[in-house]
Structures are given as C-alpha cells and as structure tokens.
Design a protein around this ligand. Structure first.
Ligand code: SAM
Length: 327
C-alpha cells in the first residue's frame, strides 16, 4: 500500500497521454493553442506501460487517461487494451471531449474500457461553439449516444459551471438524468489553464449549484463506493441517471486525495495546483532500473502537499496548462 506523509492512501494515477487537443475551450487555452511539447519529449506508450506496471506493483490500482484530448493520440485503443491486461489495475477510465467518440466507443469498449467521462459545458449548439471555438456539438452528442449504446457504464458528463456563461443550463443538464442513464457531474471552475482570466466571481459553488438542482426535483443522496473519488452523489427523485457534485475549490477534498498525475513528457505531479514535478523520463531513457522508478514514486509520495492553496494569499496559478497536466 502506498501512503503519503499525511497517511493518505495513494492508489490512483492519471495519465495525460498527450497535450494536443482538438478543442480550444476559452477557459482552458487561447485560440491559437499553447506551445506544444515536442514528439521526442512525449513518452511512448511502452514507456508509460512500464511506469504503470511498476507503480501497479506498488499499490496503484486505478488509472484514468486524459490529456489534452486522449482520443487524438494514435494507438490509444491498443494502449487501453494493454493497460486492461495489468492484473492490479482494477479501474480503468478515460476522460474525453467526445468529438471522436462516435468512431471510437465500440473499439474502446472491446479493448477493455469499462466507463467514460465526457466533458460537455453546454447543450446548446451556438453556446458550445462560443465556449469551445469549434462547431462540434452534434458530434459530441452522437458520441454520448454511442457510449450509451455500446454500454460504457457509467457514462458521465462533466460540466464546468461558470457564472454568466452556462449557469442557466444547470437544470437542463440535470433533466437529462430523468430519462437517460447518464451521470451528470458539476465541477467548480478552477484557477488553472491559459484561457480567459479566472475570477473568483465566475465560480458557481457546489452549494449554489445544489440549490438550483433542488428546483428540478428532490435530491436523494447515494452512498459512495470505493471508486467514486470526491464527487458527492445524488439521484433526482424518479430519475434513471445520477448527479455528482465536485467542489474542488469550495470544499477542499485534499484530505481524501488519492492521486498522482503523469504528464505526457514523463513528470509526476503530486497536485493539480502545484508545480513540483518529479521526472521519470530520464530514468526510462537512460537505462534506469525498476528500483530507480520505484524510488521516484516514493519521492513523489513524500512531496505530495497536504493541500492546495486556492483561496489563500500563497496561491499561484500553476505554470503548466491543464492540457499538459491532465485535468
Ligand atoms: N480533452 C479531455 C476532456 O475534454 O475531457 C481531457 C482533458 S480536459 C483538460 C479535462 C477536463 O478539465 C475537462 O472537463 C475540462 O472542462 C476541465 N477543465 C479545464 N480547465 C478547467 C478549469 N479551469 N476549471 C475546471 N475544469 C477545467
């Protein structure tokens, strides 16, 4: 078992497989994109698999693939298949913007992916274009339908709720759960990324979101299970789907954080909001041993901060963009 100095059990690795993305969400990056990591610097799948094998032997049992947009990286289906064969990995998931999902859903399912998270901030075509700078709402929606059709379960929709941008859609997202087996999760807008400037006033806090949801119907709490992470779960009375609330900013869940992140260029990050990075690429490329990689993992555990400092004077926005960390 991997324990950090605060006695948190660390069993979850998020891998950003690429920093490339096929959307340009305003809150994440500018229109022209951000400087990209060169292809040579990005870990190969073989390198990522070696890291996962070793970390899994030490106690990592949950892996999520993210990015950038993971489905734009060639060979992702085979990578997922190989991850699914690692005995100690009990939970394997993927976060996508859904643009390529219609084409990929069946193959992902066959490769061993069980569940999927799809990021979607608007159900309105024009607003989707305004937020993402791409006119692709229909593609994402057909990707969601395909995920449900092939049985990726649960299929979760992640909505970042931003004051004055899409907060009028909180209820419409919740209503989807009345007739579709979707989990709709609301995520507080966080101070990260290189997009338009984040302001405290832009955040809709989880209590604010919750009180809007109560207008749709009674929220019935659902007990968490071991793979749930920090989301508080609810079902609207009579709904077939679920609601999840994730208060990364307002309700510090750092005390329960079980995560490490691996960036596309082979750095372990111990907190989304800390720029501390522990390099594993050098070990991978200079003939380092499995013991050397385990030692890096232990360094990461030791340096994992107790909590993030959003809302304090100490807080500094992190240097890397979300797309190169893995949101
Ligand atoms: N391309 C994939 C996707 O769209 O899900 C994975 C990468 S994306 C960076 C992961 C998630 O981070 C998305 O749900 C996105 O909305 C979220 N995200 C990016 N910037 C954010 C911010 N400042 N606050 C909250 N969530 C953010």
């Amino acid at each position: 078992m991997l324990l950090d100095p605060y006695k948190r059990k660390i069993n979850y690795l998020r891998i950003s497989v690429t920093d490339r993305c096929n959307l340009r969400c305003r809150y994440c990056m500018p229109e022209e994109g951000i400087p990209l990591i060169s292809h040579e610097e990005i870990l190969t799948y073989e390198e990522m698999l070696r890291v996962v094998h070793i970390f899994a032997s030490e106690g990592i049992s949950k892996v999520r693939l993210t990015g950038g947009e993971p489905l734009v990286r060639k060979g992702i289906v085979d990578f997922i298949f190989r991850l699914s064969q690692i005995e100690q990995i009990k939970d394997l998931s993927l976060t996508t913007n859904g643009i390529l999902l219609k084409e990929f859903a069946q193959d992902l399912k066959q490769a061993g992916l069980k569940r999927i998270n799809i990021s979607l901030d608007s159900l309105k075509k024009e607003r989707f274009l305004q937020i993402t700078r791409r006119d692709d709402f229909e593609r994402v929606w057909s990707g969601i339908e395909e995920a449900l059709r092939v049985g990726l379960s649960p299929t979760k929709l992640n909505m970042v709720a931003i004051q004055g941008l899409n907060d009028d859609e909180i209820e419409s997202f919740a209503r989807l759960t009345l007739h579709l087996p979707l989990t709709v999760r609301y995520i507080e807008y966080m101070p990260s990324g290189n997009g338009e400037d984040w302001k405290q006033d832009d955040i809709l806090t989880i209590p604010q979101i919750q009180s809007r949801l109560e207008k749709v119907g009674e929220l019935i709490p659902i007990p968490s299970d071991q793979w749930d992470g920090p989301a508080k779960r609810f079902r609207i009375d009579g709904a077939i789907g679920e609601i999840g609330l994730i208060g990364a900013v307002s309700s510090h869940f750092c005390g329960e954080c079980n995560r490490l992140r691996l960036t596309p260029d082979g750095k372990i990050r111990t907190c989304l909001f800390s720029d501390e990075e522990i390099d594993v690429r050098e070990i991978l490329r200079k003939g380092g041993s499995d013991e050397d990689l385990k030692e890096r993992l232990l360094v990461a555990l030791k340096t994992k901060p107790e909590k993030h400092h959003i809302n304090t004077l100490q807080f500094r926005k992190c240097q890397r963009n979300m797309s190169a960390i893995g949101g």
